[in-house]
Design a protein around this ligand. Structure first.
Ligand code: 5GP
Ligand code: ZN
Length: 111
């Protein structure tokens, strides 16, 4: 399968890796929307979070664990974790990924 994030998870395509655990990899977003904008992905391929949640709930949990670790390490006062699911919600890469955003005041609701 030709998947950008599978290639990042397997080191075929470079990325700035921030953290890893057995089930997940975290790396800087190439087009950051905040001082911290990290993408956290499962190492196995699932098109979106609904599929990930059904197939591998432990991997889904691992994404949130890594997000909390990174936020704590960086001393973020607050942060946002987001899954865009489907093109209408802005999903552009169809390998499930958790956005971790922080380091500035964030508006609500998002656009
Ligand atoms: P989505 O729009 O699917 O929720 O998020 C995809 C994210 O992947 C975007 O924020 C985009 O900037 C990021 N992205 C796209 N291509 C690359 C890449 O090659 N490397 C990295 N590090 N991030 C990417
Ligand atoms: Zn993939």
């Amino acid at each position: 399968m030709d998947c950008l994030f599978c290639k990042i998870a397997s080191d075929e395509i470079p990325a700035t890796i921030v953290a890893k655990n057995d089930l997940a990899v975290a790396f800087d977003d190439i087009n950051p929307q905040a001082p911290t904008h990290v993408l956290i992905i499962p190492t196995t391929h699932h098109d979106n979070v609904a599929e990930l949640s059904a197939a591998d709930p432990l991997a889904l949990q691992a994404l949130f664990s890594l997000a909390a670790e990174i936020a704590a390490e960086r001393g973020l006062n607050g942060y946002r974790t987001v899954f865009n699911t489907g093109a209408e919600a802005g999903q552009s890469v169809f390998h499930a990924h958790l956005h971790l955003l922080g380091g500035r005041a964030l508006q609500w609701p998002p656009g």
